[in-house]
Design a protein around this ligand. Structure first.
Ligand SMILES: *[C@@H]1O[C@H](CO)[C@@H](O)[C@H](O)[C@H]1NC(C)=O
Ligand SMILES: *[C@@H]1O[C@H](CO)[C@@H](O)[C@H](O)[C@H]1NC(C)=O
Ligand SMILES: *[C@@H]1O[C@H](CO)[C@@H](O)[C@H](O)[C@H]1NC(C)=O
Ligand SMILES: *[C@@H]1O[C@H](CO)[C@@H](O)[C@H](O)[C@H]1NC(C)=O
Ligand SMILES: *[C@@H]1O[C@H](CO)[C@@H](O)[C@H](O)[C@H]1NC(C)=O
Ligand SMILES: *[C@@H]1O[C@H](CO)[C@@H](O)[C@H](O)[C@H]1NC(C)=O
Length: 363
């Protein structure tokens, strides 16, 4: 209606040829046309506004600006650690506004981090994506590292550990020798910027760790399990086969090696001490299941019982696990590594396969 009216006006004014003072007439026409244009567009805007509020708005599919998720019930001090990622590869649907925390398990090889990660992944809201940086191209330089982390923390790094849209904590397992120490300054910056929390997981008994490394690297060639190499096993039978190999430790290198690892661990704690973190030892987690509650609280996920199917490969006294025990004992006696010769850990309760604590140790 309004449009018709304006066009009629416009037409009638233009059709009539100007006789006197053509410039003034032209100005009048121009002003009219402009007024019409303003009037029509205001009408149109009002209409869109009306329809937008009704169910018929769908027909127009006017893109509605998404409301940003609110970090309600979250303490101000927690805000830097809370994220609402919008993955490119899928939609978070009903959990779009569930807060997500970023984490990284910082560890060394053969320190129980594989087992620890399977425990975390048994939680329905935790997604820990393994040793992403074991792939060299991803840790080539700091830009490839950041690119990979960005993808991970945006929930776009799809692995078998990726959970559904309701992930509340997302992370990875990162070994100190996978670019972490080398680029520590930039990574600490990144952790602060993206609110990444660090979970340090180290093994106290570095001698046991060393035996595990030697046995594992032996098996990389020997492939004791029917010609396939396995770093982690799921049955007592497999564990028994792998443990049948007893390495010989070069005792002239023993103390320097232990010292080197000890220094590496200390240095990593120093480098990353300014990030939000928790420090765990493998031995503590095995002995005291309350530590897993601590971890869940640290990640702010609902508490749940965590389970793993992995079976420990080496059990029993260390003296039965190496070829040259006497020599090793002699080397470490009187040094501050002497405690490594003793027992690794004692279970608080007698073994009972049906309780979660003992499932992992049942061999
Ligand atoms: C990092 O490595 C990538 C891939 O090799 C390369 O394209 C890029 O230029 C490198 N960036 C820096 C800062 O060296
Ligand atoms: C955990 O996952 C469940 C099921 O997927 C979901 O209903 C719940 O909201 C999630 N919890 C958090 C804290 O995100
Ligand atoms: C090796 O293979 C044989 C035959 O397939 C099977 O019986 C045996 O259990 C396997 N051993 C291991 C350690 O997987
Ligand atoms: C132990 O290591 C030292 C130093 O690398 C080496 O000289 C020696 O041959 C090694 N001993 C054995 C038995 O391999
Ligand atoms: C087990 O861990 C919890 C939480 O870290 C701690 O409070 C408790 O003292 C520990 N118990 C033992 C027996 O070490
Ligand atoms: C293990 O625990 C279950 C219940 O938790 C109990 O019924 C069973 O008798 C226990 N087994 C042993 C060997 O103690």
């Amino acid at each position: 209606m309004a449009e018709d009216f304006c066009f009629w006006l416009k037409d009638s004014l233009i059709i009539k040829p100007p006789k006197k003072n053509p410039l003034a007439l032209r100005m009048v026409v121009l002003v009219f046309v402009m007024l019409c244009a303003v009037y029509i567009s205001s009408l149109c805007l009002r209409q869109v506004g009306q329809f937008g509020g009704q169910s018929t708005g769908r027909l127009f599919s006017v893109p509605v600006v998404e409301r940003p998720c609110e970090a309600a019930n979250i303490e101000p001090s927690e805000k830097p650690y809370v994220h609402f990622p919008k993955p490119n590869t899928f939609s978070r649907d009903e959990c779009a506004c569930n807060p997500v925390r970023n984490f990284a398990i910082l560890s060394t090889q053969r320190s129980g981090s594989g087992w620890f990660e399977t425990l975390l992944n048994s939680h329905m809201n935790i997604s820990s994506n393994g040793e992403i940086f074991s792939v060299k191209v991803r840790r080539r330089n700091i830009s490839t590292i950041v690119e990979t982390l960005d993808k991970l923390y945006n929930l776009d790094f799809l692995t078998s550990a990726s959970k559904n849209e309701c992930t509340a904590a997302v992370g990875l397992k990162w070994m100190l020798n996978q670019g972490l120490m080398q680029h520590h300054e930039e990574i600490v910056e990144y952790f602060k910027l993206k609110g990444v929390s660090a979970i340090f997981l180290f093994r106290r008994n570095l001698l046991r760790r060393m035996i595990s490394i030697l046995a594992n690297s032996y098996d990389q060639n020997a492939k004791l399990l029917n010609g396939t190499h396995k770093s982690h096993v799921h049955s007592a039978h497999e564990a028994q086969i792998l443990a049948s190999y007893k390495p010989t430790i070069n005792t002239s290198l023993l103390i320097p090696n232990l010292k080197q690892v000890e220094e590496l661990v200390t240095k990593s704690l120093e480098y990353f001490k300014s990030t939000r973190h928790i420090i765990l030892s493998y031995e503590d987690v095995v002995k005291n299941r309350t530590k897993l509650v601590d971890v869940q609280d640290f990640l702010r996920v609902p508490r749940q019982e965590l389970k793993s199917r992995q079976v420990k490969i080496h059990k029993g006294p260390l003296s039965s696990q190496v070829e040259n025990w006497g020599e090793i004992e002699k080397t470490l006696k009187g040094t501050h590594y002497e405690t490594f010769l003793g027992e690794d850990y004692k279970l608080e309760k007698p073994s009972n396969a049906s309780s979660p604590c003992c499932e992992i140790l049942k061999e």
